[in-house]
Design a protein around this ligand. Sequence first.
Ligand SMILES: Nc1nc2c(ncn2[C@@H]2O[C@H](COP(=O)(O)OP(=O)(O)OP(=O)(O)O)[C@@H](O)[C@H]2O)c(=O)[nH]1
Length: 303
Amino acid sequence: MKKVDVFILSGFLGSGKTTLLRQLLQEEKEHGRNVGVIMNEAGETAVDSEVLPNEVPLAELLNGCVCCTIQGQLEEQLEEMISSYTLDAIYIETTGIAHPIEVLDGCITPSLSERITVRSIITVVNSKLLLELDSLSNRAQKLFLEQIRHGDLLLLNKEDLLTEDEKANTLMKVQMLNEGAKTILTTQARVPLSYILTQTRSRTASHEPTHMHHHLHIETFAYHEDSAYNGAKLEDFLKSLPQSVYRVKGYVRLQGNDKLYSLQYAYGTPLLMPVELQAKPSLVFIGENLQPQILEQGLNSAI
Ligand SMILES: Nc1nc2c(ncn2[C@@H]2O[C@H](COP(=O)(O)OP(=O)(O)OP(=O)(O)O)[C@@H](O)[C@H]2O)c(=O)[nH]1
């Protein structure tokens, strides 16, 4: 089955994400492509989705930020959307307070890894605000900069509000924050769809189940194993992982019973919990410089 391309639209509150989305949807329609939208809004009611064309398959994640409270729902919505429609692409518009990597994390799950490809994180930057960052709280400043750091494509939006000197200053600032990203100045987030769609990422053919997100600076490694693990050995292996492995998640079987366990690992702490689910045992590792062979050896030694 053809994988569906997923684009994550990130950027601080009011930067121009919905403005961008509306144009992309218009152009997608003109090209006869079928696309779906997942919109996350922190409030209880959908505001931005009201402005989208009716014919576009739409899922809304309301009343919570996709990166912290409703990550599981994102997975469900993606699953449902790709099962119900034949789509060329899905756009996820995050809340302005979402950390893009957390949203990416919600998309990279064992079951989705075979069915979608996260093509890029597009961060829409309110260029004017970048030059006036002091007006934000420390936490907001930090998030604003994180969204820039983790974008593969940076749209330096609201160019119309900048002087020539400010434009040069903005470009210099973002290049220092994220020198690997493609960067363009925009007004009303105008960027050709062809530019978005040509965002490619390199793949490694050497290890079949590995999904490399070079352009995201993040790699993932999906691993399927039906054998039951020794719980203590598995925990020891997880605790020994290098800091560059940010996250491990999925389902495993443990020796001594026939239950399925959910495995969650973040920041050095593993958590194994029995679950009442009919899921295929599989794990996804997310991090930088992942070494699949070493991970595989470690996992095998815990069986
Ligand atoms: N001056 C100017 N205004 C813009 C530009 N792009 C978008 N806007 C305006 O900025 C406001 C916010 O745009 P949205 O597209 O709703 O921003 P958003 O990122 O979706 O906002 P949230 O959903 O609140 O995070 C709207 O009033 C837009 O019309 C631009 O390039 N220049």
